[in-house]
Structure formats: structure tokens, C-alpha cells
Design a protein around this ligand. Structure first.
Ligand code: SAH
Length: 499
């Protein structure tokens, strides 16, 4: 098989700022070779078995030299692999992408380049700075601040100082003194506004505003470090009005998401879209039971008058089971379908089933109150659900009619989180979110005896009353509880808390 290399620009950091084409490359690759500035969250999008090779360790001296990187990309491709070489920003903006691609050309290898949003433009945008503006700048110049001697000679400081356009220096923090001195010396007004933007477009973006004259001292005082952009020009003034990202509701906040890996993306995405960081610590994992008993009941489904679903997983697993039996939604034709929670009802809707009974409050008590209005002694209710569910609903229904409860799955501890839990919680965390009682129980069981030390000083956010009760039973304090027991309700609560 013939290999192929995609040189892909990952954008400046915010994972939504990659191109559709770039993402497709990540998804179909056998190998991903990435560096420090390409957000490693993209690796989650890769297919199973994809090999990840990191070539950008900054803190050690073991950065793979460029010629070795070029060789590595080539070798993987010659092995017949589809390779994505993922680079921060745009591959051709100071990324040495040109050299990597030339090497591929010289060796007759098939390759494509996927451009990306460069930090030199996108990073400014997220700091509220338009790179051009009719009132302030009609050109822009992107310059490397990491100058070798021969490059230094190449830079015409006089032209840069006098061109009036916006100047953006990449890799320039270590050279800031020299850069600002040269520009002032060659005639740029020393009061020209300067912005220093670190980790642009990420939750930890940090922007410092100063001017040419003071830039070096201020950067030293504020400990501005790489990766940072240096922006010189009057466009910086517009930031007062256009700083949308740093003003977003969860900007800078770190929120732990404890729900199962498979289900975490909706909540994580919302957090990220609001400028925060979603720290995924999935403490539960769904394990499907051997559903022979369920299959038997489905064969006798005609005997039932009602079926109750209490979670998305319950619906998913039920439908997988009927699918295995060669059946479909038509088995519901004579049943009243009852559902707790918006997610559960949505999952049913996806399969063409509109639940008949959906209580306003998403708890078993409310469902029971609704059901008891019409339920009669001769009815028979099927409740396929989790082994970890509460007894309340089934016990109460049994007082009225026949009920068959079947455990179709269970939630267990996601062992992958055991190793990382303590480390994650040692970081500066702003919130820990709990979306079910199992998330609480499992996190505590992972943390062991000294769970209180790790959790007492954290803001624990609960999705609803049952989850809150579990938190309190463990002697912990609920910081806030969602007004509506849904993921959207929980996100609204986080927004409200940051107003
Ligand atoms: N190809 C990249 C640039 C690579 S050079 C691009 O198009 O963005 C590396 C330099 O880019 C860093 O030293 C820094 O100056 C800048 N840079 C890249 N990403 C950045 C980010 N998220 N925030 C601030 N600076 C960034």
C-alpha cells in the first residue's frame, strides 16, 4: 500500500479552529506526528490504533532536530502509512513546513498541505485585535523574532519602523528588548501600543497591554513567556471594544467533567465554547449485561402495557438488543412509553419514538406521580435499566400493578481515571461537575480514604437533587445545584456563577 503525508495546520489552539479538511486527515491517519503548539486534544479524534509521535518537547533538550523529523515523516510514509504531520497554526508560517514538504517531494512521496489559521492572525483576533483596520493599519507584517545572525541582517528595521502597518513578531519574547529598541531607534513612536498575547485562543490566554517603550520591562515584570505573540501598532487600541473571547462566560475556568468518556463531549464542548477548559476525568464506564432475560421479555412484549426508560444508556442498550433480535421500533406499537429526562426522550426520538409520559421534573418521584394517574391493577410495566438505579420507582409501581425490572447494564469505575485522578485534582480546578450519583460515588471510591482532603475546598456542582443528596451523604458540600436537571441546566448554572 502506498503511504501519503498530510501536512496539517492545527490552528492556534482552540480545537474548533481547525479546518474540516484538517480534521478529516486526523481521523483517517495511521500515524500522527505533532508538536507542542498543536493542541493534543486533537488526538482524541484519531482512529483506534493510530500511532502518536510527539516531536516537540520544549522543557527538555531532546527536541528532535528538524532533519530527524523530516526523516521520520518520510520513513512512516514509506512504510505505507497515512501520516498526518500536525503543526500549530499554519504549517508554512515559521513552522518549517516548507522544508518538510520539500523532503517529501525530493523522495517522490505523495503529500498534501492543509493550511491552518495562523496564530499571527487568529491569536490577535481572540485578544480583540483586528490585524488591519481602516483607521489604524492598512498592512501587516509577520516577522520571526528568533533571529539567527544572518536573518538579523535580513530584517530591515528601518522599513518596519516606518511602514505604519501592524507588526506581529512570533518567537520574539526572548528578543523583546532588542526588537523594541530597534523599532524606536529607527523612528517608531515609543508610545505605540503593544500587546503581548500568550497561549492565544486557549482557556489560559493571557494578554498584556503596554507600549514600545515599556514592553520589555513590563514583560519581565509580568513574567510573559513563550509561546507569545508581540503585536505592535495602533490596532491594539480596538481591543477595548472587540475583546469577545476574554469576556466569554467561562474564560479561564477549569471545569472537571466526571461523566463517562462516551458521554462527556456535549458538556466538554459547551465549556470550551464558553472559553473554559474541560478537564475530563471520566469516573464511570458503562458495561452492558448479557441481556438474555431482556430478550425473553421482548419476545413476550405483548403482555406489557408500559415500558419505562430512565437514561440515554438504557435506551441505547435496549435498542441494541432488539436490533440483535432482528426487531425494530414497531415492537412499541401497543406500549405506553415513559421516560425520565430530556436526554432519554431525545434518544427515543432519534429512533422515532415519542414518549407518552415525560414528567416535568427529571426524577423518579415525578415520573411515578404522572404514571399513577392512569396506571391500573391489570397493567404490566417493563423497566429495563441500570443495576445501580434507585429502588423507589419500581417499589412504588409494584404497589399498583405488575412490574418487571431488568438490569440491562451497570456503571463501573473507569480504571483509566484511577491513575490520573489525584493529579487532576491537585491542579487549580475551579469546579467539579457531577451529573449523577454514580459519578459522585465512583470519584470518591477512586480517591479512597482521604477523598475529603481533595474535595472539601473545591466547588462541587450537582446536576439535581438526587446527586446533591449523594454528595452530602459523603459529608461534602454542594456548592450549587442546577435549577433544571440537564446538562444545559448545569452549564447555565456555571454561566450564572461567573456573572
Ligand atoms: N506555524 C505557527 C507558528 C510557529 S512558530 C503559526 O502559524 O501560528 C512558533 C511561535 O508562534 C511561538 O513562539 C509564538 O510566537 C507563536 N504562537 C503559536 N501559537 C501561539 C499561541 N497559541 N499563542 C501565542 N503565540 C503563539
Amino acid at each position: 500500500m502506498k503511504g501519503k503525508v498530510y501536512l496539517v495546520g492545527a490552528g492556534p489552539g482552540d480545537t474548533k479552529l481547525i479546518t474540516l479538511k484538517g480534521l478529516e486527515c486526523i481521523k483517517k491517519s495511521d500515524v500522527i506526528i505533532y508538536d507542542r503548539l498543536a493542541n493534543d486534544e486533537f488526538l482524541k479524534e484519531a482512529k483506534d490504533g493510530c500511532e502518536f509521535i510527539y516531536v516537540g518537547k520544549k522543557s527538555s533538550n531532546h527536541i528532535l532536530p528538524q532533519d530527524k523529523i523530516n526523516e521520520l515523516i518520510l520513513q512512516k510514509c514509506l512504510e505505507g502509512k497515512v501520516v498526518t504531520r500536525l503543526k500549530g497554526g499554519d504549517p508554512y508560517v515559521f513552522g518549517r513546513g516548507g522544508e518538510e514538504a520539500e523532503k517529501l517531494f525530493d523522495n517522490g512521496v505523495d503529500f498534501e498541505i492543509v493550511p491552518g489559521i495562523t496564530s499571527a492572525i487568529g491569536g490577535l483576533c481572540y485578544a480583540g485585535i483586528p490585524i488591519t483596520h481602516r483607521d489604524y493599519a492598512s498592512s501587516f507584517h509577520v516577522i520571526t523574532g528568533h533571529l539567527r545572525d544572518d536573518e538579523e541582517k535580513e530584517i530591515n528595521w528601518n522599513a518596519l519602523a516606518n511602514c505604519k502597518g501592524t507588526l506581529v513578531f512570533l518567537m520574539g519574547i526572548g528578543n523583546l528588548k532588542h526588537i523594541s529598541e530597534e523599532l524606536i531607534k529607527e523612528g517608531r513612536d515609543k508610545k505605540t501600543p503593544v500587546a503581548l498575547i500568550s497561549w492565544a485562543t486557549r482557556y489560559n490566554q493571557n494578554t498584556t497591554i503596554t507600549d514600545l517603550e515599556n514592553a520589555y520591562e513590563i514583560a519581565k515584570e509580568k513574567n510573559v513567556k513563550a509561546p507569545s505573540l508581540i503585536v505592535v501598532g495602533d490596532v491594539v487600541k480596538v481591543r477595548n471594544k472587540l475583546n469577545f473571547f476574554e469576556n466569554s462566560a467561562l474564560f479561564g475556568k477549569k471545569v472537571v467533567v466526571t461523566r463517562a468518556r462516551k458521554q462527556s463531549s456535549y458538556l466538554s464542548d459547551k465549556i470550551k465554547l464558553l472559553g473554559g477548559k474541560a478537564v475530563e476525568l471520566p469516573v464511570i464506564k458503562i458495561e452492558k449485561n448479557n441481556n438474555q432475560k431482556l430478550k425473553k421479555e421482548i419476545e413476550n412484549i405483548k403482555e406489557y402495557t408500559h415500558i419505562v426508560f430512565t437514561s440515554r444508556n438504557g435506551v441505547e442498550i435496549f435498542f441494541e438488543t432488539i436490533d440483535e433480535m432482528g426487531l425494530d421500533s414497531r415492537i412499541f406499537f401497543n406500549l405506553k412509553v415513559c421516560s425520565i429526562g430530556m436526554g432519554t426522550s431525545e434518544e427515543l426520538m432519534k429512533r422515532g419514538i415519542k414518549a407518552d409520559i415525560v414528567p416535568k421534573k427529571f426524577v423518579a418521584e415525578s415520573l411515578f406521580d404522572e404514571m399513577k394517574k392512569t396506571l391500573i391493577k391489570t397493567d404490566k410495566v417493563l423497566v429495563p435499566r441500570s443495576e445501580n438505579a434507585r429502588d423507589f420507582l419500581v417499589d412504588k409501581l409494584k404497589e399498583i400493578c405488575k412490574v418487571k425490572e431488568l438490569y440491562t447494564y451497570r456503571t463501573i469505575i473507569d480504571e483509566k481515571s484511577i491513575e490520573i485522578a489525584e493529579k487532576v485534582l491537585e491542579e487549580d480546578i475551579d469546579y467539579i461537575t457531577f451529573t449523577s450519583s454514580s459519578t459522585v460515588k465512583n470519584l470518591i471510591s477512586i480517591l479512597g480514604n482521604n477523598y475529603k482532603d481533595m474535595l472539601l475546598n473545591k466547588k462541587l456542582i450537582s446536576i439535581g437533587p438526587i446527586t446533591s443528596k449523594t454528595i452530602e451523604e459523603f459529608g461534602l458540600k454542594v456548592y450549587k445545584e442546577s435549577h433544571i436537571a440537564t446538562i444545559d441546566g448545569l452549564v447555565d448554572l456555571l454561566i450564572e456563577d461567573n456573572k
